[in-house]
Write a protein that binds this ligand. Structure first.
Ligand code: FES
Length: 96
Protein backbone atom coordinates (compact mmCIF):
# COMPACT_ATOMS: atom_id res chain seq x y z
CA UNK A 1 0.00 0.00 0.00
CA UNK A 2 1.72 3.18 -1.20
CA UNK A 3 1.93 6.00 1.30
CA UNK A 4 0.89 3.83 4.23
CA UNK A 5 2.34 4.73 7.60
CA UNK A 6 1.64 1.24 8.91
CA UNK A 7 4.66 -0.27 10.55
CA UNK A 8 6.48 2.98 11.26
CA UNK A 9 7.36 3.61 14.85
CA UNK A 10 8.68 6.42 17.00
CA UNK A 11 10.92 6.07 20.02
CA UNK A 12 10.35 8.19 23.09
CA UNK A 13 11.26 8.25 26.74
CA UNK A 14 8.88 8.14 29.65
CA UNK A 15 10.40 8.99 33.01
CA UNK A 16 13.78 8.06 31.55
CA UNK A 17 12.84 4.68 30.09
CA UNK A 18 12.86 4.17 26.30
CA UNK A 19 9.64 3.02 24.62
CA UNK A 20 8.41 2.62 21.07
CA UNK A 21 4.95 3.35 19.69
CA UNK A 22 3.26 3.44 16.30
CA UNK A 23 3.86 6.68 14.40
CA UNK A 24 0.93 9.06 14.36
CA UNK A 25 -0.45 8.35 17.81
CA UNK A 26 -0.90 10.82 20.66
CA UNK A 27 1.31 10.80 23.74
CA UNK A 28 -1.53 9.02 25.55
CA UNK A 29 -1.73 6.48 22.74
CA UNK A 30 1.99 5.86 22.96
CA UNK A 31 1.82 5.32 26.70
CA UNK A 32 -1.19 3.03 26.46
CA UNK A 33 0.48 1.06 23.65
CA UNK A 34 3.17 0.24 26.17
CA UNK A 35 0.80 -0.79 28.94
CA UNK A 36 1.15 2.47 30.87
CA UNK A 37 -2.33 3.39 32.08
CA UNK A 38 -1.59 6.19 34.54
CA UNK A 39 1.02 8.94 34.57
CA UNK A 40 0.10 11.30 37.35
CA UNK A 41 -1.76 11.15 40.65
CA UNK A 42 -4.74 13.02 42.00
CA UNK A 43 -3.81 16.09 43.99
CA UNK A 44 -6.59 15.27 46.45
CA UNK A 45 -6.53 11.52 46.93
CA UNK A 46 -3.26 10.47 45.37
CA UNK A 47 -5.17 8.08 43.10
CA UNK A 48 -3.57 7.28 39.75
CA UNK A 49 -4.73 9.32 36.76
CA UNK A 50 -4.35 8.77 33.04
CA UNK A 51 -6.73 8.81 30.11
CA UNK A 52 -10.34 9.59 31.01
CA UNK A 53 -12.29 11.52 28.38
CA UNK A 54 -9.74 11.16 25.61
CA UNK A 55 -11.01 14.32 23.91
CA UNK A 56 -9.30 17.14 25.77
CA UNK A 57 -11.98 18.20 28.23
CA UNK A 58 -11.17 16.62 31.61
CA UNK A 59 -7.45 17.42 32.01
CA UNK A 60 -6.89 14.10 33.78
CA UNK A 61 -4.14 13.16 31.33
CA UNK A 62 -1.67 15.96 32.07
CA UNK A 63 1.94 15.08 31.40
CA UNK A 64 5.16 16.99 30.81
CA UNK A 65 6.58 16.70 27.28
CA UNK A 66 10.00 18.10 26.45
CA UNK A 67 10.01 21.71 27.66
CA UNK A 68 6.23 21.93 28.05
CA UNK A 69 4.65 21.27 31.43
CA UNK A 70 1.14 19.96 31.94
CA UNK A 71 0.06 19.24 28.38
CA UNK A 72 -2.90 17.03 27.63
CA UNK A 73 -1.53 13.66 26.56
CA UNK A 74 -4.70 12.85 24.64
CA UNK A 75 -4.27 15.88 22.35
CA UNK A 76 -0.48 16.00 22.00
CA UNK A 77 1.04 14.15 19.04
CA UNK A 78 3.91 11.85 20.00
CA UNK A 79 7.10 12.60 18.08
CA UNK A 80 10.40 10.81 17.67
CA UNK A 81 12.70 11.54 20.59
CA UNK A 82 10.07 13.08 22.86
CA UNK A 83 10.94 13.24 26.55
CA UNK A 84 7.73 12.50 28.41
CA UNK A 85 7.60 12.81 32.18
CA UNK A 86 5.09 12.30 34.93
CA UNK A 87 3.44 15.69 35.28
CA UNK A 88 4.75 17.99 37.94
CA UNK A 89 1.52 20.00 37.70
CA UNK A 90 -1.25 19.85 40.23
CA UNK A 91 -3.62 19.63 37.30
CA UNK A 92 -6.86 21.33 36.48
CA UNK A 93 -9.31 18.49 36.77
CA UNK A 94 -12.34 19.05 38.93
CA UNK A 95 -11.99 15.37 39.81
CA UNK A 96 -8.60 16.00 41.36
S1 FES B 1 -8.14 12.46 28.80
FE1 FES B 1 -9.41 14.15 29.23
S2 FES B 1 -8.25 15.85 28.59
FE2 FES B 1 -7.03 14.16 28.04
Amino acid sequence: MTGSRRGRAVRFRFDGQVFEAPAGVSVAGGLLANGIRSWRVSRITGAPRGLFCGIGTCFDCLVDVNESAAVRACLTPLSEGDEVRTSSSLGGSSRG
